[in-house]
Ligand binder design. Sequence first.
Ligand code: F6R
Length: 609
Amino acid sequence: MCGIVGYIGARNVKDVVVGGLAKLEYRGYDSAGIAVIDEGNIQVVKSVGRLANLEDKLASMEISGQAAIGHTRWATHGKPSDENAHPHQDCSGRFAIVHNGIVENYLSLREELIAAGHQFNSETDTEVVAHLIEELYNGDLFQTMIEVGKRIRGAYALVVLAKDHPDEIIAMRKASPMIIGLGENENFVASDIPAILEYTRDIYVMEDGEMAVLTTAGVECFTMDGEPVHKEVYKVTWDAVSAERGGYPHFMLKEIHEQPRAVRDTLRGRIAEDFSRVQLDELKLDDAFMKAVDRIHIIACGTSWHAGLVGKAVIESYARIPVDVEIASEYRYRRPLFTPNTLVIVISQSGETADTLAALREVKRQGRRVLAITNVVGSSAEREADDVIITWAGPEIAVASTKAYTTQLIALYLLGIKMAHVRGEIGDDKVRELLKGLEDLPQATEQVLDTAPQLERFAQRYVDTMDTFFIGRSLDYSVAMEGALKLKEISYIHAEAYAAGELKHGTLALITEGVPVIALATQPDLYEKTVSNIVEVKARGAFVLGMTWIGNEDLEKTVDEVIYLPKTLPELAPILAVIPLQLLAYYAAVARGNDVDKPRNLAKSVTVE
Ligand code: F6R
């Protein structure tokens, strides 16, 4: 899950590459490096730590050239260090490469290359590729790279500079994202679009098993066997500013505040004007198939998995189809049972999460139909699934997922309502009621954002707290799980989510004087039951922040503080209830002085197992 940028053209290559890397730091940030080719010499500069360390090093150096490649790393093989930072070189220094992914057969290649006299400087899997290029090089870089592609196994987005070929950059892609940016007398390559958006909106999305040769004159694409490939230009419609922080101190806060817009965009065009039906016209899934579906497997990781839990409740209760929600890294290693008409839904913000993709591929191999819910057009999930619902959240940069979750819920609601309608499980009136409820959500999410000052105040309790609990029943329990994950990942506070009725079976022993408990009570039919569980924690001294709908002041009798949510249909409450939990995690992390957008040990796009 590293970030790659390459540039060939007349601009200041250092500025283009380092600037691009800055936009990709969400992909990895434990070290960074750059290689520049100038008049036949390759100069490599790298530094452990954040990109700023590399920039400091570069500030005092005279570097110019006509082509450069850069990398921001998230360690897989070999700890974060200067030596393990990319670019990597061969023994002669004639080649420099950057790589995202994992070379699975690197150990055997390394032994072979050492036996052939190569000397290694790092612990990385990537360095074998540099030496392999050197070993196989026959004067023709393109042919050499075809041979290299035949020898390495695993996942890679690979970009190569060669001393003897100062006028070209070669890029190869297998199971790791990579795009090409097309300019005039200049061209770009990168792991993701924001890196190059400042310069161009014309993109080639590289497919698995493709390679590209970039020169100032143009870009040619090929299969890994060297057969030319015709590519369509994809025009990016979002602007560079939308990928920036937009005035907020952190991307996460900006993205939390973007949720009204993101929810609105994800709904746009998908509800009939008279609220009579869901319009998911992009789906190839026809009514006959929707009627025939007899089981659904939802597969995802992390926050997307939490969205799946809400999806299960929605689909089961509206469409009456049994749903299993599976963690992708577990699912892919067992032998799932399929019914004759199982539909598999994968949920992935990035569309590049390795475990989710592996599960998707295995399911497809078994001939099953896959629908992907993803935020990234052109991602692997989007391209490989049979059907896709795009969540129009826009680029999500903060590591902690926020707007992706709420828009994933919207996609699941729309799908659940559509399936239920087609199957005759809900009538026109219920469809109308639900769709009107969805239509009101952007406005309601705006209102929920007004709770920010209250949460900022409450978050001060977390400056010195190391344990906290989130409780709720039914849909509130699913949202509680997401709230606990948010708090854990950015504030580093141990947080557990519990089904409120389950506490008394063990966990209640952990509730002592002053332990903060967040209690979700947004579901009217379960309200009284939840209140009894809140009373149980209060009796053990917990300090409770409750959450319920506006008008239900009854909760004030039981808890220490209340967050009020705008009224909505109980089924839709998760979209509103999660927002205060995101804000709480955000302000707790800020209060503790943490790096909110780049929490320790985590990276945005998990493209390794
Ligand atoms: C948590 C978070 C992660 C991701 C997970 C799956 O805030 O962002 O748990 O949800 O890594 O990522 P995607 O959805 O890109 O497959």
